[in-house]
Design a protein around this ligand. Sequence first.
Ligand code: ADP
Ligand code: MG
Length: 215
Amino acid sequence: MMAELTAVLLTGWLHEFRASVAAQREYLTELDSAIGDADHGANLDRGTAAVVAAFEQAPATRLDDLFKRTGMTLVSSVGGASGPLFGTFFLRIGASLGPVASTTGADFGAALSAGLGGVETRGKAALGEKTMLDALAPAIDAWDSAVARHKHVREAAVLAATAAATGRDATAPLVATKGRASYLGERSVGHIDPGAASTTLLFEALATALDGVGK
Ligand code: ADP
Ligand code: MG
């Protein structure tokens, strides 16, 4: 049976992400105060609140609309480095999915990869440079591999969240060479990257949103 990821379910994902960012705002701020400028929690709190408000006012029924509006709202409300990066991620997801009301695990994986490509192009970072990519890339790999093994999307999301968390934790020993944290050079060692932490929240939110599906 092909599990369908609907606009309602994926709007639910964005709501879960917003709730988790609001709950973890201080944690994200703390991470960014160690190797950045202490605004990552506030940036994403503002951005995800705006995203949720937009869909409460006018729900999305098509996935391209859902993710393009998410991306544009994040670009215009988050600021900093992470606004354009998260914004591009969602804009590319929307463009990849197109004007459909629901999608499959495989097509959603392809859309996530398109999003990743956008983050890479925009940020010009590579894996291992202590950025959000270090959580994002392994999470998408885990999703794709689970879907290829015919796992339910609910399980794929749990595996993706676990891979993101592993990637997040693996940023601690790395030296930052991109973004603000790179100004610290070797002194960035020993701290988790804030963007890798928020990216992990994003995939944990996906696992929460899909938790009840197909049970
Ligand atoms: P700013 O650095 O402008 O204060 P934020 O604090 O909101 O923006 O976001 C910081 C996060 O953005 C970093 O922890 C990192 O994960 C991510 N980031 C910064 N620069 C890049 C880049 N060039 N490529 C990918 N991610 C990046
Ligand atoms: Mg910052």
